[in-house]
Design a protein around this ligand. Structure first.
Ligand code: ZN
Length: 219
């Protein structure tokens, strides 16, 4: 296994793009792996490919469209109206059950085939929705599971786990890619690149973080 190589679970959004450049700073070889999982906004994949090209990293695309057939959620089902606020007792319907579980499992097998033991994912426990597969406990447990499943020593890196959106913007700036992340990435649940639609939960979170960061920079 090559300890100087890392595989980034890559969607082309703000978080995983920041992670891609974070990995580039630390590893000699970085590979980006994207998934088609039945998401409504398929041009997300084209954006991811373009960003990987700009970053000069290897780009691979894996089919995980079975995820959309397993459960109903508003990221894969166009007929379902997206929750713009978090319901009191459950997750918003933007939650795709098992998504990170499947992504990480597939990424680990892919990484193993390529002799890579470091995996990087942009999940964050501070994410407003509280998706369980973005939490630190899940990632640590998954890391152990992957190691046991393949008798390997994978290391799952989560550079954004404990930081908020403003700090994620700060990190992008530190890495010299603030503008690239701002104008090229797609985070919006309505599929609008860059600053996005402005009103979906992902856009709100992203914009508030950006405003907070730019404000703090002025001081
Ligand atoms: Zn949006």
């Amino acid at each position: 296994m090559n300890h100087r190589a890392a595989l980034v679970v890559f969607s082309g959004g703000q978080d995983s793009t920041t992670c891609l450049f974070w990995a580039k700073q630390r590893f000699e070889r970085v590979v980006a792996l994207s998934f088609v999982y039945g998401q409504k906004h398929q041009h997300e994949v084209d954006m991811a490919r373009e960003i990987a090209h700009i970053a000069e990293v290897e780009f691979h695309l894996m089919d995980a469209s079975f995820i959309a057939r397993l459960s109903d959620n508003s990221l894969t089902n166009s007929a379902l109206k997206m929750d713009e606020a978090k319901p009191a007792d459950t997750f918003p319907n933007t939650f795709v059950p098992g998504r990170n579980l499947f992504f990480l499992a597939m990424a680990a097998v892919f990484a193993r085939e390529h002799g890579i033991s470091h995996l990087v994912t942009g999940v964050s426990q501070t994410d407003f929705s509280g998706y369980p597969d973005c939490r630190d406990a899940f990632i640590k447990s998954m890391n152990v599971t992957l190691n046991l499943a393949m008798d390997e020593q994978f290391v799952v890196h989560t550079p954004l786990m404990w930081i908020d959106k403003a700090q994620t913007w700060a990190l992008a700036d530190e890495l010299g890619v603030l503008d690239l992340v701002r104008y090229k990435t797609l985070t919006c649940y309505n599929g609008v690149v860059g600053d996005g639609c402005g009103h979906c939960p992902a856009c709100k979170l992203r914009r508030e973080g950006l405003e907070q960061y730019l404000q703090s920079k002025k001081k």
